[in-house]
Structure formats: C-alpha cells, structure tokens
Design a protein around this ligand. Structure first.
Ligand code: NAD
Ligand code: WQD
Length: 339
C-alpha cells in the first residue's frame, strides 16, 4: 500500500510541483486546497505529467471540521506537507489579520488533528525571510532570526515557534522546517507553473510578463546597493529542485532517519545572483529582450542574501542541480503557455 501524504496548498505553485515529485516517488497524494490562489485545472497538469490524478479536497485549512473530514475519509494518512498560506508581503501589510488567521490558524488546526489521526510528521514551508538581512553570508541555519519586516514574515516566524513549542512539549510526531530561498521556474513540461494573481510582485513572473509584452517594462528596484553591480542579490532556486527536497524530507521524517524530532534546512543553491545578472541571464538564455529601467529602492527589501545549503546537502543528501539558464528557460516556456 502506498504511503498517504496530505499536501495542503497542493494546487499552488510549489505544492503542485511537489505533488508531481511525490507521485513519481510512489506516494499517494491527497491535495487539500481552498483554491484561494490557484485553480482546479492544476490537478489535470499533475495528472498529465505523472499519469496519476491526485485526490483533491476543496477544503479551507482554517476549517477544522472540514480538515477532520479529510483525515476520516482517507484513513491512515502518515504525513503532511503544509504549503497552504497567504504569501504576498505587501498585502500582508494591508491586511494583517487575514495573514495571521490564515497562516496561523491553519497550522494550529493541523497540529491539533495530527495526534488524533496518528499522523507521524509534518513538513512546514518556511522562508529565508526569517533571517532578515544576515550579518554573515552565506547564511546557515544557526543564524539568528531577526524581527520580521512584514506580517507575512512574522507569520512564518510564529509558525516556526509554534512547531518548536509543541515538539518541545512532547508532541507524538516529527517536523521538518524548510526555509526556501527564492523559488523560480516551472516544470520542464510547462504543464504546471506559477500563476501570479494580478500584477506580479516577484521578479521572475514580472520579468516573463514583460518579455511577453504584457507589461511595458520591468522596474529594477535600486542600483545603489553595496553589491558588485548595485542591484540586490538573492538565491534563486529551481522549483523542481525544491520540490524534490520535500520528497526526501518526508522520507526522512517518516522513516525516522533523524535522531531529533525537529529539524531545519535551508533550501537554496548557495549562489547569489543580482537582479541585473538575472535579467541579462534571461536575455541570454532565451534570446528575448526584457525592457527594464532602474528605479528607486523598494521599501522593505534587504540588500543581499544567499544560502549556505551545506547542511541540506550533507544531511538530506539533496542538492540543487538545475542551472539558472535552464530554470529561466522553463519560466519562459511556462509564460508562453499561459499567454
Ligand atoms: P501559492 O499561493 O502558489 O500556493 C499556496 C496554495 O495554498 C494556493 O493554492 C492557495 O489556494 C492555498 N491556500 C491558501 N490558504 C489556504 C487555506 N486556508 N486552506 C487551503 N488552501 C489554502 O504559494 P507558493 O509559492 O506555492 O507557496 C507555498 C508555501 O511556501 C507558502 O507557505 C509560502 O509562504 C511558502 N514560501 C513561498 C515562497 C515563494 O517565493 N513562492 C518562498 C518561501 C516560502
Ligand atoms: C527579488 C529581487 C527585488 C520585482 C519575496 C518575499 C520572501 C519570499 C520570496 C515567501 C529583489 C527585485 C522584484 C520587480 C525588482 N516569499 N525586484 N523588480 O523580495 O527576495 O522575496 O519572495 O516567503 O518572503 O519577500 O523576492 O521576487 O519580490 O524580489 O527589481 O519588479 O528582485 O527588489 O531584490 P524577495 P522578489
């Protein structure tokens, strides 16, 4: 019998790519999503890639009764990967209560239900945003957690603390907290990818929409940072590489390969890339020009961050392998499909 994994937020960007990799690895996937930032067509994309249609329940993770129904219907669920959350930094400043309720109540419901249904572990989607602007780069998992600069970032910190406290209190399950750097790109088949809602806030979807002529030009937020070319530096990680790390984390958690109940891993490439390098890299990889102009800094942006992924490399045996060129080409292929 296949091991059953609930993937909350499984029709979303990272969740859908993870559902594919889980199914490829032989897991039975049950997607729980309220479709607040995705649509049910994604299920078809997952099925096209893997030949398997994952189970899908349109349930809101804030709804504890709804979640209970899912655990009853699919008995024997062994693990959860919890992607479901609201993730727009700017919106979280405008609507903090929406973010606190969605991102915290959803986690509380799952953690409360896990012992009742003997679920053995939960993988949690966290973010490099918890490090703020680190003093030392690359940043590893022991770096201090700095005060969050947005309600969104704060929900990730609070969620990490909640998990830490329940594990400390003797919860009968394990947890792995994954801190993603900047996920970009799409499945190479272009059957699934990122579906930005409205005007994209993130660099790569804005860039591909500009390349496609949907947006006039890309604004580069600042070229006066203390970096080699003056633009900000991030660690851009291919979404399929990222998805594969989840499969390894689930396996580690369920097979009890770790000695501790709670572990943290940075998921990044270990390489910092500036905004201007990314734009020029895209132009070179695709042959498509991206009209862009330098504007002022964006409020709240940190100057530079990239991961020290060695702990994940050594302990999980996982490494980001896709090249930036291939990743940018996959983002472009997906954009062309969307168009
Ligand atoms: P996404 O918006 O594409 O996916 C999230 C999914 O969760 C969506 O399908 C949405 O409909 C669903 N959802 C939201 N609230 C829900 C609820 N209450 N009940 C059920 N479903 C709900 O986002 P993503 O980029 O795939 O991000 C997945 C996770 O990774 C999030 O927790 C996010 O905070 C985290 N993360 C994302 C990034 C990034 O840059 N994309 C970086 C670091 C961390
Ligand atoms: C990347 C770089 C911008 C758009 C955010 C969240 C973080 C995490 C990932 C979830 C920055 C520059 C961007 C544009 C630009 N999400 N940029 N023009 O800000 O690193 O991280 O997404 O956890 O929490 O804060 O990603 O893609 O928005 O920006 O110049 O139109 O691109 O200034 O340097 P960011 P991003």
């Amino acid at each position: 019998m296949k091991t059953k994994i609930v993937v909350t937020g499984g029709t979303g960007y990272i969740g859908s790519h993870t559902a594919v990799e889980l199914q490829n690895a032989g897991y039975e996937v049950i997607i729980v999503d309220n479709l607040s930032n995705s649509n049910a067509d994604v299920i078809r994309g997952i099925e096209k890639i893997t030949g398997i249609r994952p189970a899908f329940e349109q349930v809101d993770c804030r709804d504890k009764e709804g979640l209970t129904g899912v655990f009853k219907k699919y008995s024997g669920i062994q693990g959860i990967i919890h992607f479901a959350a609201s993730k727009a930094v700017g919106e979280s400043v405008q609507k903090p209560l929406l973010y606190y309720r969605n991102n915290i109540v959803s986690l509380l419901n799952l953690l409360e239900l896990m012992p009742e249904f003997q679920v053995n572990g939960i993988v949690f989607s966290s973010s490099c945003t918890v490090y703020g602007q680190p003093d030392h780069l690359p940043v590893d998992e022991t770096a201090p957690i700095l005060p969050a600069s947005s309600p969104y970032g704060n929900t990730k910190q609070i969620d990490e603390e909640i998990i830490r406290d329940v594990i400390h209190a003797g919860a009968p399950y394990k947890s792995i907290i994954l801190r993603y750097f900047n996920p970009i790109g799409a499945h190479p088949s272009a059957e699934i990818g990122e579906l930005p809602n409205g005007i994209p806030q993130n660099l790569v979807p804005f860039l591909t929409q500009t390349a496609a002529g949907i947006r006039k030009e890309l604004s580069v937020f600042g070229d006066d940072y203390n970096t080699p070319d003056g633009s900000c530096i991030r660690d851009y990680i291919n979404v399929v590489d990222l998805a594969k790390a989840h499969v390894i984390a689930v396996e580690r958690m369920l097979k009890r390969q770790s000695e501790t109940q709670l572990e943290y891993f940075n998921l990044g490439t270990g390489k910092g890339v500036s905004v201007l390098e990314l734009i020029h890299g895209f132009e070179k990889a695709t042959g498509v020009k991206v009209p862009h102009t330098i504007v002022g800094r964006r409020e709240g942006d940190i100057e530079q961050i990239w991961a020290d992924p060695r702990y994940a490399n050594e302990v999980l045996g996982w490494k980001a392998v896709e090249t930036l060129d291939d990743t940018l080409r996959s983002a472009w292929k997906w954009q062309l499909k969307l168009k």
